[in-house]
Design a protein around this ligand. Structure first.
Ligand SMILES: [Zn+2]
Length: 159
């Protein structure tokens, strides 16, 4: 996976482009696919005999994430449909950017439950996420500047 900073910047780009009101919700969505699978690390500290934490990897599967989003959306005090849309947007940016990567173990199971095949474009090694991060940062700043200029122009015209 690209590192979390890259995931956050990519999600911010889309949140800005789509003018999302609560950008933080999109960011939660962008980290969601990696949050639960990371709990597999608990195995190092709390090993349970005959128990495998690997099942947590299921939380990196789009189909499972849709269910998770539908279940956790009520935790946010806001319009349910909006929260679902924003969390989904963040999660989608995460999974799409993970799809760019070369994986030693498969990729993203986009079509689960129809098939367990994993998909990847094999473009970028996980330790080269700067290849995505730097352009994403540039795009983000350009969007911010354009929006600022556009807002300034709009206020000049009205006032
Ligand atoms: Zn990931």
């Amino acid at each position: 996976m690209p590192d979390w900073l890259t995931h956050i910047v990519i999600a911010l780009v889309f949140a800005e482009l789509l003018d999302v009101k609560k950008k933080s919700v999109v960011l939660v969505g962008a980290l969601l696919p990696d949050l639960l699978p990371k709990l597999t690390l608990l195995e190092l500290f709390i090993p349970i005999p005959n128990w495998n934490y690997q099942f947590l990897d299921a939380f990196h599967v789009p189909f499972v994430l849709v269910l998770v989003i539908l279940l956790i959306a009520p935790l946010f005090r806001y319009k349910y449909s909006r929260i679902v849309a924003w969390l989904s947007l963040g999660t989608l940016t995460h999974l799409l950017s993970d799809t760019l990567l070369r994986h030693f173990l498969g990729g993203i199971s986009w079509l689960y439950p129809f098939t367990t095949d994993k998909h990847t474009l094999n473009w970028i090694w996980p330790d080269q996420s700067y290849v995505v991060l730097i352009p994403a940062l540039l795009v983000y700043f350009i969007i911010i500047l354009m929006k600022k200029r556009w807002r300034k122009n709009a206020s000049n015209h009205t006032g």
